[in-house]
Design a protein around this ligand. Structure first.
Ligand SMILES: Cc1cc2nc3c(=O)[nH]c(=O)nc-3n(C[C@H](O)[C@H](O)[C@H](O)COP(=O)(O)OP(=O)(O)OC[C@H]3O[C@@H](n4cnc5c(N)ncnc54)[C@H](O)[C@@H]3O)c2cc1C
Length: 301
């Protein structure tokens, strides 16, 4: 359980104090507000705040005075049109603020998404907790032999046990030294901003992360994708579930056009047209490289 009893009491207090507002609210995301969704062994994602709903997207697209809604069906059609035609600014009218607890090596990948606002826990000011990501045995894989940037089969038996022992022992040894260095018991105590430098990248950090829906969809497309590393993908998956409850029409369009859809190059489109006419197209006659052809075959099945 990632929250301490005191932290849980704070979450409960917030959830026990409903407020009335003239702003648009969405029951689907209200149920998530403040509650942590556990991710990995010590991490979580929780919604701190949100602005807008499906109809806010239509309201902005129509630049309307009222709610922007004509009918649910009409709104869904408009949202799908906007998504299909990359008319992205109406999606920027919705925002979400998340509190995320994540290993530092995941944070390094996450922070590359520059179109968000971030405030991270200060390890200059505060002492980090003894919390390290240790992969579950079913996520302890060998290096992939076909993809340099990926994993292969699971490690097994003695090798798996040895790796887990090394990860745990190294994490704890580094943290013991961290504690020894910052201690002011009979010594000056090294500054926290320096002592943290020997901590491994599997230690957990936390941040508040605020992003608009357009850029969140971009993040999810890249990080909820099978090519993303498992440890960031599970965060993206947890966020995706929340977004589906928040803006169901926009999320449905995103799933259809972005997650489930595919983009074809002009060469790819030409091959599809030739195939539809009955031509037997091969990589050699496609005009595509081997890599492109492999991906093209993956798309058309
Ligand atoms: C599977 C995978 C593997 C990856 N491997 C590597 C790797 O090996 N090494 C590595 O360094 N990174 C790697 N990345 C990170 C990747 O290159 C991007 O940095 C990251 O996905 C963020 O994407 P973004 O820049 O589109 O997002 P954001 O920063 O959120 O930007 C969104 C969009 O805004 C625009 N934008 C934002 N800032 C600027 C700017 N300053 N100038 C111009 N346009 C801007 C761009 O159109 C951009 O697409 C990987 C990512 C994935 C998903």
């Amino acid at each position: 359980m990632p929250l301490s009893p005191d932290q849980q009491a704070e979450v409960d207090a917030l959830r026990d104090t409903p407020q009335s507002t003239l702003r648009a609210t969405v029951p689907g995301i209200e149920q998530h507000l403040y509650k942590p969704h556990d991710v990995l062994d010590h991490g979580f994602v929780r919604v701190i705040d949100y602005m807008g709903d499906d109809s806010a997207i239509c309201q902005a697209a129509r630049v309307s005075y009222g709610k922007g809604t004509k009918s649910v069906q009409n709104d869904e059609g408009l949202i799908r049109y906007l998504m299909r035609h990359w008319h992205s600014t109406p999606f920027e009218m919705c925002e979400i603020k998340l509190h995320v607890k994540l290993p530092v090596f995941v944070a390094r990948q996450w922070i590359r998404h520059r179109t968000a606002n971030v405030n991270e826990y200060s390890a200059r000011y505060s002492i980090l907790d003894r919390e390290f990501y240790i992969p579950a045995p079913d996520h302890l894989n060998a290096q992939s032999v076909v993809n340099n940037q990926g994993r292969g089969a699971l490690l097994e038996g003695e090798e798996a046990a040895r790796v887990l022992d090394i990860l745990k022992a190294d994490s704890n040894r580094a943290y013991d030294h961290y504690e020894q260095m910052i201690s002011d018991d009979g010594q000056s105590g090294l500054a926290r901003e320096l002592a943290r430098m020997n901590l491994p990248a599997n230690i957990y950090t936390q941040w508040y992360w605020k992003v608009d829906l357009h850029n969140l969809f971009h993040f999810l497309r890249l990080r909820a994708d099978a090519h993303a590393q498992y440890e960031i993908r599970v965060y993206a998956d947890a966020i995706a579930k929340v977004v589906a409850d928040w803006v169901p029409a926009a999320y449905g369009a995103f799933e259809d056009y972005r997650m489930g859809g595919a983009q074809l190059s002009a060469k790819g489109l030409d091959c599809v047209r030739r195939m539809l006419k009955g031509e037997q197209v091969t990589q050699e006659t496609s005009g595509m490289s081997k890599g492109e052809w492999r991906e093209f075959e993956g798309v058309i099945g």
